[in-house]
Design a protein around this ligand. Structure first.
Ligand SMILES: O=C(O)CCC(=O)C(=O)O
Length: 488
């Protein structure tokens, strides 16, 4: 029995869409959309593709052949995903070309000769080739806290496995995917319940989407395991409500970008030889999705080892270690991220106040944006507090002086300033003034009265209130809307 398709994903001409329309209709409402007209000037679209729309695989071997990449064997399931192997880009390209020659000559079908379709996934291309500038992230997807943060910090530092030079494999969420016709990605929802965008440099993809309100339908009776391939003969006994799921479908063509909202399960098939670029990201609109997932995964991690609680010296520590291993971060990591991102927004507000004579109107829009960021962080900090998530973790606090002295933090501020500048069409402030900013910041009432400059979670909540009150913006509850058509 096949799946039930309830409709198609909307396609829009992004050149006629403003950022504020995108926010209102898709990002805030958490709805998928395909966007056309955003890839006109991408170098990737010229260098990586022949005029007939086929991928120029030789280009990859010649220029990036030595890169080590993760390749999924689309025919082999391992745990909940496809089996992965590591190889060089040259090896991957050779395998692809060999297979397609055999196919053209009619000598084999992939599977009958034991050749599985291979799919290169999660290649951290931008991190590895920062000079090459294959593409520019469309403005719609620039409010990206995840990659901005990861350009300067690690999400999780495991003291046992930490290697300072293992930068590329765990550094960001900006990827290239490459796969021959027939390669595919099993059903999943994205890491951290982030948003993602995926751009087809060449080829076509079929996407099947299930809205978060129906996600229980792809889970088993215990709400533990989920369906791997929705086109399999899915067992009704194991997944009793799978047949009731109603899917949205989309065929994404070359030069189209799909926006994947938070928490939507999706399965993806390459209908032709396809190269795509995709990013995962989150911001004030979906931050609560990240926290909800973390909390749910924490409860699961705890439940899993409940029976050894009494014999465990540090039960909470073990839960947090397991959470980081399974989800990619734990409560401490998330709190560290929140506090640093929060302080960067306050620094940016200070910077704006200094420069606001230049452009009152734009500045006030940026101030609203920053205030909204701060409010969304504050809301999550309050939730973390209310579930007692940080209880027992005496090490969790924000030390303002130490943070301001950290070069990574100043880089984070510079990155945030660049993004705000792009989004709100502001000239970038002079980063040399950051020393003054530090002085400005230390002048803030809430920091002066705190004395030590060290904030625990409940103090951070008050700090955010005061920073918004002192530094302008609105109270941060309003949505930031840009008035101009600024999307393209
Ligand atoms: O293109 C693919 O095969 C999978 C991409 C994906 O799942 C995503 O961008 O979220």
């Amino acid at each position: 029995m096949g799946i039930r398709i309830g409709g198609q994903i909307e396609k829009v001409n992004a050149k006629e869409l403003s950022y504020s329309e995108f926010v209102l209709k898709y990002m805030e409402k958490n709805q998928p959309v395909v966007m056309i007209g955003l890839m006109d000037d991408w170098k990737a679209c010229k260098d990586w593709v022949f005029d007939n729309g086929k991928p120029n695989l030789q280009f990859f071997s010649t220029h990036f052949g030595n890169s080590r990449v993760q390749v999924a064997d689309c025919g082999t399931k391992e745990f909940t995903d496809q089996k992965r192997v590591e190889m060089s880009v040259s090896e991957f390209v050779d395998h692809w070309l060999e297979n397609s020659m055999e196919e053209q000559s009619g000598a084999s079908t992939n599977l009958s000769h034991g050749h599985h379709v291979l799919y290169l996934k999660d290649w951290h291309f931008v991190k590895e080739y920062p000079e090459y500038l294959a593409y520019t992230t469309p403005l719609f997807f620039c409010d990206d806290w995840l990659n901005l943060y990861l350009d300067n910090y690690r999400m999780h530092k495991d003291p046992d496995t930490y290697q300072a030079n293992n930068e590329i494999s765990c550094s960001d969420y900006r990827f290239v995917y490459m796969g021959a016709k027939g390669s595919w990605t099993p059903l999943h929802a994205d890491v951290f319940r982030s948003y993602s965008w995926s751009a087809n440099v060449c080829g076509r993809k079929q996407w099947l989407f299930l809205s978060p309100s129906q996600c229980n339908r792809v889970f088993d009776r215990n709400m533990k395991g989920s369906v791997y391939n929705i086109f399999d003969d899915v067992s009704e006994k194991e997944f009793p409500s799978f047949k009731e799921a109603t899917w949205l479908e989309c065929t994404q063509e070359q030069n189209e970008i799909i926006f994947v909202p938070s928490g939507w399960y999706h399965q993806v098939h390459n209908l032709e030889d396809t190269i795509s670029i995709n990013h995962n990201w989150f911001n004030s609109y979906n931050l609560s999705w990240v926290w909800d997932l973390l909390l749910r995964d924490y409860d699961e991690a705890k439940e899993y080892i409940e029976d050894i609680r009494d014999i465990c010296d540090d039960f909470e520590g073990l839960c947090q270690r397991n959470l980081a291993a399974n989800t990619g971060m734990n409560f401490n990591d998330f709190y560290f991220f929140l506090t640093h991102f929060c302080l960067a927004n306050v620094v940016e507000l200070c910077c704006l106040r200094r420069n606001c004579e230049n452009s009152i109107h734009s500045s006030s829009l940026v101030a609203q944006h920053l205030a909204m960021n701060l409010r969304s962080v504050q809301k999550i900090v309050l939730e973390i507090e209310s579930v007692g998530g940080l209880a027992g973790n005496r090490g969790i606090f924000l030390d303002i002086r130490e943070t301001l002295d950290d070069p990574s933090f100043l880089n984070l501020c510079t990155g945030l300033e660049r993004v705000c500048g792009m989004m709100h069409k502001l000239k970038s402030g002079n980063i040399d003034t950051k020393k003054d900013l530090v002085d400005d910041l230390m002048d803030l009432d809430s920091i002066r009265t705190n004395g030590s400059g060290v904030f625990k979670a409940e103090e951070l909540v008050i700090f955010i209130d005061k920073a918004i009150a002192n530094l302008g913006g609105t109270n941060g509850d309003e949505i930031v809307l840009l008035s101009e058509r600024d999307g393209a």
